[in-house]
Design a protein around this ligand. Structure first.
Ligand code: UDP
Length: 325
């Protein structure tokens, strides 16, 4: 069977990638430290617990499964924490990736799909954002992802690594069958926090600033369903090679404001959402919306979920599921 090593396969996006790989006929092998990942999220292939920094363990897993390629999602991803503890982020996200690429090189694995982020752009001058927008990350998290892209570009020249970095916009939603979904601790993302308010778990949602230069004053983001993201990874993996662009945005191309997302959760759940307006959060650009043209051209990929309502609906059903996870 064609195995693919999925680092971070026990995480939110990684577990959906494993599902998509299995549906496409691959065997996803999850390599995860389980620091943030969950054993219950690994359903479509074996789990190998290990750290990215542990080259011997990586070699052992590579020898055991002989993966055809790697989809690398394992990373620390709390923007605020990256500001207060940058070394933790550079060590894990950059150092950990170097250790992974070294092991890939030792074991002759040449295909590499990397989970990157629109945080590499920082505060873009032009929105919708095209891939040629100069990257100026405004926090260590975004900077660590951009550095990895550079490392991969250099390894392509030196070792013939075939790579692609997928720059995600705002991942949202869950498996419609409710087998896997978003479960972060601590949770910092907008949609799960609003859902907690709808469930009565949190008293209110704080809007981080309503004085932005946007139609309703709140920040606009491009929310992309996690199954759409996962599908793009499989497509990228299957198309790796000389003609595939190395940097591809993954978003719907449509933006929603914080207030529009709150309205959507209210409409989907039929529950009132108590809202407070707070201060702006440092480093939040007013608008982050992707231009998804390249993904369509290069991957034949288009988001299936474009409206926010159906995305929120899958998230809501996941958060209301009857399961101990
Ligand atoms: N946001 C908010 N209140 C919250 C969490 C997030 O107003 O409690 C806003 C945040 O300022 C941003 C949007 O919601 O404009 C999405 O934030 P999230 O943290 O989910 O993702 P990010 O865009 O930071 O990757």
């Amino acid at each position: 069977m064609r195995s693919i090593l999925v680092t971070g396969g026990a995480g939110y996006i990684g577990s959906h990638v494993c599902k998509a790989l299995a549906q496409a006929g691959f065997q996803p092998v999850t390599y995860d430290s389980l620091i943030y990942g969950h054993e219950w999220a690994v359903n479509w292939g074996p789990l190998e617990v290990g750290e990215l920094s542990d080259g011997d363990r990586l070699d052992q897993v590579m020898r055991k499964y002989g993966p055809e390629g790697i989809i690398h999602l394992a990373a620390f991803a709390y923007v605020g924490e990256s500001v207060s503890n940058p070394l933790k982020y550079y060590k894990n996200n950059v150092g950990g990736t170097i250790s992974l690429v070294e092991s890939a090189h030792r074991n002759g694995v040449k295909k590499f799909v990397f989970s990157s982020t629109c945080a590499t752009y920082g505060v873009p001058k032009n929105v919708p954002i095209v891939e040629s927008e100069p990257p100026h990350p405004v926090n260590p998290y975004g900077a660590s992802k951009l550095m990895v892209e550079r490392v991969l570009a250099d390894c392509a020249v030196a070792y013939g690594l075939e790579w692609c970095a997928l720059r995600y916009f705002n991942a949202a939603g869950a498996d419609p069958a409710c087998r896997i979904g978003e479960s972060h601790d601590p949770e910092t993302h907008l949609i799960p926090l609003i859902i907690d308010v709808a469930k009565g778990v949190r008293p209110h949602i704080t809007i981080f600033g309503n004085d932005y230069d946007t139609p309703d004053g709140t920040c606009i983001r491009d929310y992309i369903h996690v199954d759409d993201l996962a599908d793009a990874h499989v497509r990228a993996l299957e198309r790796l090679g000389s003609s595939l662009p190395t940097i591809i945005n993954l978003g719907t191309g449509r933006g929603y404001s914080v207030l529009e997302v709150i309205d959507s959760v209210q409409a989907v759940t039929n529950n009132p959402i108590l809202v407070e307006v707070g201060a702006r959060r440092a480093g939040d650009p007013a608008r982050l919306v992707s231009d998804p043209s390249l993904a369509l051209d290069a991957l034949g990929w288009k988001a299936q979920y474009v409206e926010i309502g159906p995305i929120v609906d899958t998230a809501w059903r996941w958060h209301c599921r009857e399961s101990p996870a």
